[in-house]
Design a protein around this ligand. Sequence first.
Ligand SMILES: [Zn+2]
Ligand SMILES: [Zn+2]
Length: 542
Amino acid sequence: MIGILIEAKTKCPSCSSIIPINALVSKITCSACGKICNFNLDDWESILGNALEEVPYMEELEGSSSTIFSGNYNYEIVYGRQHPSFRDDKQKIDIDQAVKQIYQGWIANPLTGKKFSVRAVPQKYQLKFPGIKYLFCEQFELLPTSPLTEDQIETKSKIEPVYFNCPKCGGGLEIDGSQRLVNCRFCHASAYIPDDLWLILHPVKTVSRWYIWFDQYDRVFRWEQDLWDGVVDSQNNLYLVCESSNGNFKLVCLNQEYKPTWIKNKLDFKTHTTRGDIKLSLTTDENLILHSYDQDHLLLIDRNDGSVICSIPDLEQHPELKFKYWESVACDIDDSLLVYLNPEKKDAEGYSYYELLRFDLDLNPLPTWPDQKSEKPKWYSWITDLFKRTCGIPYFSGVKNRFEKLKDFEIKINIGSDGNYYFSYYNYLLKYNRYGEKIYYMEIPCNYLRGKVVGDSNGYAYALTGQSDDRNTLIRISPDGQQAETYVDSIKGGGLIGKEEFVLLSPSGYIFLLGYGGRIRVLSPDKKLIFISERSKKDEQS
Ligand SMILES: [Zn+2]
Ligand SMILES: [Zn+2]
């Protein structure tokens, strides 16, 4: 749980006076003109949205500010991370103590005796902003049911009646400031109270700091920007790597309610090119391997808490194993790593080429493909090896069995639940069996392929594709590559897929569709929508 401080204000749409927003409420009366300003849930989204997203990643006492131009109002907001504190002497509020006194609506500063509000967040805000638990130090007068009587609110000075002269007949009128327009009891004309007098009756309130007590682990995880990669484990936990605002990234583990189990935002694995976007793979004991084109090593991450187990290789001990330019890394079902990388070498004709290598988890080299062949006779591999030698290094389109070098670089590797290998390059898909023998090479029917191709335990492959007129569809390819059918259509086509950008498949057959800005859709193995995030829902409304 963390404390979030809020200082917010807007301008009255009628008279342009400052309206301090000193409480999480739906109505605030303009003290200058008496207009009642309404703040609906979308207004509150504008006010609190950035704070709830950013503050959990700030250090204590770090803060930020923003000016928001939204539909109904413009806001100026200061927000930051601070343990809720009494406003008079800045002492920290004892949260447990305050919660015990929540029934009375206030807690007194034990040193000064001054009272400050405490309340549980009202239900409609709790539904809109899951994770907000309690509110502290809101302005008492703004709360719909103020726990203090007017006399107890120290900030409110009792208003003395004021006299002014009717502008029409000059009669002396006693006014209390409850209405801007008064009726003259002598001439019955309506008289408008002038500004200077109105301000005496309604002193401008100042912005005062209030606090949100917030549990970021008790709400569906959101990310604001790009999703770089994801993997899903046998328990249907999702691991995602998301771009964050300062060019950094967050690595998160989400449980089956899509709430974070842990979040890591300070891993030392920076990237500096778009090509360096961090990618993930899962080892057989379901720890995570991070790789980036911009890094010269891999990171092995503990799935239980996101801590770094080790760097692969240990570069201090084995500097000779330093590789740059990791394009694709897949952890195989035998816990070896199949890696496609740029060895910074040139072939006989001077062209750069790329290598498919295999290592154990300590980066000790292993043969890329196993020695033992399947049914094929010995002469077969002899012929193919001869063919490789005579024809030089192929492009992806000309690939045969057991490739080890290619001239094309942007190859994505994925390993199906049944251990088959899927290599994709633009719209093209190559499938190998465990011996590196080609099962098929095909063009996937689409404008472009989104993310990597995933394979299930029965040999089917699934590809999220971009089709014409901006439709995304999930295509399923039969185990022999002979059939490619639309397995789940876009919403436009009467299906379930919105603007999600890549697909993950859990070992138990659940389909996860994910994308930019917090898009999540989850389908059960029988293609029923079982979860949709707020952001994906929004796509359907627009
Ligand atoms: Zn006003
Ligand atoms: Zn009059």
